[in-house]
Design a protein around this ligand. Structure first.
Ligand SMILES: *Cc1c(COP(=O)(O)O)cnc(C)c1O
Length: 346
């Protein structure tokens, strides 16, 4: 099976499995796991923050980020197409009592500065306190688009001047860094806290890291324990994360090249179009023309019969994500499968 549903489907590489088997471990709740400690230090360094915290998922990283910045009843501003709003089970409200104010994500994944400014509540007994803004880089639902250093800096400056904090959902921040030719550190610099995923394009089996100041991460460690995320000999998992950070970042450029080639090939086929244009990173959003007699679910079932799995993200929309296990041959086979399904519709 060629699995393009997400880069979360990536299996650990042979080098990761070897590192996992050899990993030195200890009890990480006692902070005695040397491999976790090493991963957290590496992550903090890459993000330009003082400290890092290994967490089981990006969802938990973002949740702890929001809970660390906000008290019950405080308000967080985020995009209406953001992962934290759409796909994290409402955790910030359910578990933190944090009030969510969504703003329209622009097609490039950004929130307009004037919208953010207008959303910040004046101090008034009737209002919750606006405490935090969440940005996402790359922006998943807007096409895997990277947010620039300059934009992130502008948001950071604007909201810091008003006493708010910035959390960056950098699940795919290394895809953004590679696509823009800048460091992840530069992209994360304006943010008080940042989460990134080891288990997507970087191929580690499990885990994300939340980074921020020493004081914030101390508190985050307590919240992680409260949520049941205190892990013991987690060095087995962290070992794969270290291999990911050491060897899997630069190669993301290959995923981006293949996503572009896949998109160009698909756009040439009749009845298919790219609603968000050519991909900047590893995600291809693809639509079926209204003239085709199949919807995306039925079309995807026919692709699956031909050994290709794609994500169905709308009645006539697919998402295809390239990753380590998708080589040039898999791109060619995917194009052939689409052609085959389309030919049978003629
Ligand atoms: C995948 C993802 C997350 C975290 O997801 P988990 O499955 O919980 O690791 C967070 N934000 C974005 C933008 C993502 O794509």
């Amino acid at each position: 099976m060629i699995d393009l549903r997400s880069d979360t489907v990536t299996h650990p590489t042979p080098a990761m499995r070897e590192a996992m088997a050899r990993a030195e471990v200890g009890d990480d709740v006692y902070r005695e796991d040397p491999t976790v400690n090493r991963l957290e230090a590496m992550a903090a360094d890459l993000m330009g923050k003082e400290a890092g915290l290994f967490v089981p998922s990006g969802t938990m990283g973002n949740l702890i980020g929001v809970l660390g910045h906000c008290q019950r009843g405080d308000e967080v501003i985020m995009g209406h197409l953001g992962h934290t709003f759409l796909f994290e089970v409402g955790g910030v409200s359910a578990l933190g009592g944090v009030f969510v104010h969504t703003l329209p994500n622009q097609p490039d994944g950004t929130l307009r500065l004037e919208d953010i400014l207008a959303a910040i509540r004046p101090s008034d007994v009737h209002h919750p306190i606006t405490r935090l803004v969440v940005l996402e880089n790359t922006h998943n639902r807007c096409g895997g688009v990277p947010l620039s250093v300059e934009y992130t800096r502008q948001v950071g400056e604007t909201i810091h001047a008003r006493g708010l904090r910035l959390h960056l959902d950098g699940a795919r921040i290394f895809n953004a860094a590679v696509a823009l030719g800048v460091s992840a550190k530069a992209l994360a610099a304006p943010a008080d806290t940042v989460t990134f995923c080891l288990s997507k394009g970087l191929c580690a089996p499990v885990g994300s890291v939340l980074c921020g100041s020493h004081a914030f991460i101390e508190q985050a460690r307590r919240i992680r324990k409260q949520l049941g995320g205190g892990m013991r000999q987690a060095g087995i998992l962290a070992a794969a994360g270290i291999v990911a950070l050491e060897t899997m970042i630069e190669r993301l450029a290959e995923d981006h090249r293949r996503a572009r080639e896949l998109a160009q090939g698909l756009a040439r086929l009749p009845g298919l179009y790219l609603p968000m244009g050519l991909p900047a990173t590893n995600m291809v959003f693809l639509n079926l023309d209204e003239s085709l007699p199949l919807d995306a679910t039925a079309f995807a079932a026919r692709l699956a019969e031909r050994g290709v799995r794609v994500g169905v993200v709308g009645p006539r929309q697919f998402r295809l994500v390239t990753h380590y296990w998708i080589g040039d041959a898999e791109v060619a086979q995917t194009l052939a499968a689409f052609e085959d399904v389309l030919a049978l519709l003629q």
